[in-house]
Write a protein that binds this ligand. Structure first.
Ligand SMILES: Nc1ncnc2c1ncn2[C@@H]1O[C@H](COP(=O)(O)OP(=O)(O)OP(=O)(O)O)[C@@H](O)[C@H]1O
Ligand SMILES: [Mg+2]
Length: 346
């Protein structure tokens, strides 16, 4: 039986959206709110708080609040029933009670960590071409001062490094633009077949250089999606460029455009674009991380090909903004298929 005062306490605690308990001054639980009951069970009332959480830091915080009748809080990493980073708060109420609450900060902390990792990565990525350029300048001023041949070679290398920095900054700007547009629904109608044809034309030079054969299969009816043309252009540019870059010289890159009338997890029909190469493929363990910023399977090889490692991160964000899906399938030694599914325009 819940008596009236207990009901009032529970109502009061339900004003907290986080897990919250009301304790008396012997740490006995007098009431638990709905999130607390969902996490720790219905029957915590009447138990000593120690019985449901033994973590010494939490108990110390509670005791500190009980002894000094003051508000105490601390950020803690918990790993029992509550798991993650929590802001634990103990606030005394009246003469002999207190509220203990647990605010889940796991996502916020993860986002903070990601942001600081990102800044560290960007700095590192920008510093490496800059370090090379400084090195070349020193060589040109010193040992190669009168060597015209060497000067030519070093200037060419400097140009390449400056190009790298330029691409990196361009990709960073794209990424930030896509992120800031994330919640804006794109409006124009885009013909995906025409767009893919244009992308292939843009890539004519690298395709010829890698002696790759690009084969396209498409349906006769136009495939239309509601989207942002520039952004969709970036998606297919990166996927097809990757297939050409990492797909192995002299191989075939096949692009298949289809209409899927009842695509799983789409309300109506979807447009599917699958880019398949015959390259060395990607080991299974790398697949989940491939769309992370700056993630490269083979650091040296990607850099050598001028890659920044931001391409697939941009692709993922753009596809998400278009309410689509990116599927990656790869067999080591045989090749990879990157498939983009986008909702078809009505
Ligand atoms: N078709 C593919 N076959 C094999 N590996 C691939 C393929 N596509 C991508 N990868 C791997 O995934 C990594 C990340 O790709 P992503 O497009 O994000 O970066 P990048 O191509 O290195 O640089 P950027 O696209 O910014 O120029 C690549 O470095 C490469 O290791
Ligand atoms: Mg790429």
């Amino acid at each position: 039986m819940i008596d009236a005062s207990q009901k009032t306490l529970e109502d009061f605690l339900n004003g907290f959206s986080n897990v919250a308990f009301f304790l008396d001054n012997r740490r006995i639980i007098q009431a638990a709110n709905t999130p607390a009951q969902a996490t720790f069970g219905q029957d915590t009332t009447g138990q000593n708080f120690v019985a449901i959480m033994r973590r010494p830091e939490v108990l110390r915080l509670i005791d500190d609040c009980l002894t000094n009748r003051r508000h105490a809080q601390e950020l803690m990493a918990l790993d029992s029933v509550l798991r993650g980073d929590f802001q634990v708060r103990a606030s005394s109420v009246g003469e002999s009670g207190m509220v203990v609450s647990f605010a889940d900060q796991t996502d916020i902390r993860a986002a903070e960590r990601m942001r600081s990792d990102f800044v560290a990565n960007v700095s590192h990525e920008l510093r490496s071409p800059l370090t090379s350029i400084s090195g070349f300048i020193e060589t040109l001023q010193g040992p190669a001062k009168d060597d015209e041949q060497a000067q030519k070679r070093f200037l060419e290398l400097m140009k390449q490094e400056a190009g790298r920095m330029d691409r990196l900054i361009g990709d960073l700007l794209s990424l930030s633009k896509v992120e800031s547009d994330a919640h804006v629904q794109p409006r124009s109608s885009v013909n995906i077949g025409e767009l893919v044809t244009r992308v292939i034309a843009v890539l004519a030079q690298p395709v010829a250089k890698a002696k790759v054969n690009v084969e396209v299969t498409t349906s006769d009816t136009p495939l239309l999606v509601q989207g942002d043309e520039d952004q969709l252009n970036q998606v297919f540019l990166n996927l097809i460029e990757n297939a050409v870059k990492y797909g192995g010289e002299g191989g075939i890159v096949s692009i298949s455009l289809d209409q899927l009338p009842n695509a799983p997890s789409f309300r109506g029909s979807a447009v599917s674009v699958a880019v398949t190469d015959q390259g060395e493929g990607i080991a299974r363990r790398h697949l989940p991380r491939l769309t992370e910023r700056f993630y490269r399977v083979d650091d040296g090889r990607s850099r050598e090909k001028g890659g920044t490692g931001l391409g697939l991160a941009i692709v993922k964000h753009i596809v998400q903004r278009h309410r689509g899906r990116l599927l990656i399938d790869s067999v080591e030694g045989e090749g990879s298929t990157f498939t983009v599914l986008l909702p078809e325009a009505d």
